[in-house]
Design a protein around this ligand. Structure first.
Ligand code: LP5
Ligand code: MN
Length: 264
């Protein structure tokens, strides 16, 4: 809760008053799904280029082992972001549970601004809270205990001091274990906890909008928290098709891109 309060004290980020702002999350980009990377590159070139700002709310990559892992696939994405930024689009990134090791070097090369989770912004006059969303899955005790461990800065420094190959091997082992454990967990446990959502909204003084990802259950939820009307947008993943939330003076709308097949 302290971190929440600390962030609350910082001044809100305001997107420039151009036509519209886009939000995406959970792309899980990786070299083994080139059709998704191609859909993403197309989105950057033809859709994001027309926005004033692009917010990426975590899990841009399938996983991130450290900023020293710059392979050809990562370089293509870095170049796409950098070109987008050069054209005047502001790019903001927030860590997800798979790419929280993204650090200064990557952000600098990609010309991306790293945001803390959560972050409050002023979206066309509407107070809007942004988060990845995993911290709100408080019923998933096994995950929260894992999260506590790997988000610790000393643990991360120790992990990052190991050779890249060894880090990747450990990540593969965690990925396997995560998939095994997820198959035993209920959908309810892996969703956000409503009380945790409401506590966060109250801590940020009842923003009108709350946008997050992580659960891969895209939806628009309308709730009342202590008498305040709150709209909670959940962003979709990019496993089978891309999707994004577009927000302007006139409100927000979820858009699905055409489905893409492997091999295209
Ligand atoms: O991502 P998603 O939605 O599929 O699943 C998440 C939770 N799983 C994870 C793990 C990631 O998917 C894969 C790893 C990412 C790599 C990060 C890089 C750096 C870390 C290096 C670690 C060596 O986040 C899943 C949730 C699900 O969301 C829904 O919210 O349920 O959580 C799990 O499945 C976690 C297991 O329940 C617990 C795993 C315990 C592992 C304990 C190992 C102890 C050692 C830790 C330090 C190495
Ligand atoms: Mn996630």
């Amino acid at each position: 809760m302290k971190k929440v309060r600390d962030n609350l004290a910082s001044s809100p980020v305001s997107p420039d008053a151009f036509s519209h702002v886009l939000f995406i999350s959970d792309l899980h980009l990786c070299a083994s799904r080139p059709h998704i990377t191609n859909a993403f590159l197309d989105f950057i070139k033809n859709t994001a280029s027309k926005a004033s700002a692009l917010y990426i709310l975590g899990d841009l990559f399938e996983y991130w082992a450290g900023d020293d892992d710059v392979d050809a696939h990562h370089q293509v994405i870095i170049t796409a972001f950098s070109t987008l930024a050069d054209s005047g689009v502001k790019i903001y990134f927030m860590h997800g549970n798979r790419d929280f090791l993204i650090a200064e070097k990557f952000c600098h090369s990609a010309q991306i601004t790293l945001l803390p989770d959560p972050t409050l912004i002023d979206l066309y006059g509407k107070k809007t809270l942004l988060s990845h969303g995993d911290a709100l899955c408080t019923d998933d005790l096994a995950y929260q205990s894992f999260r506590l461990q790997v988000r610790n800065t000393s643990w991360q420094a120790q992990f990052l001091s190991q050779p890249l190959q060894s880090r990747k091997q450990q990540i593969e082992a965690i990925r396997l274990r995560s998939e095994q454990e997820k198959s035993q967990k209920s959908m309810l446990i892996m969703d956000v906890n409503q009380e945790a959502v409401e506590a966060l909204i109250a801590a940020y003084d009842y923003p009108a909008l709350f946008i997050h990802g992580h659960t891969h259950r895209p939806n628009e939820h309308h709730t009342k928290v202590s008498g305040h009307d709150i709209t909670r947008w959940v962003l979709g993943d990019w496993y089978e098709q891309g999707s994004y939330l577009i927000c302007s003076e006139n409100g927000c709308k979820a858009i699905r891109l055409p489905e893409v097949q492997a091999g295209n």
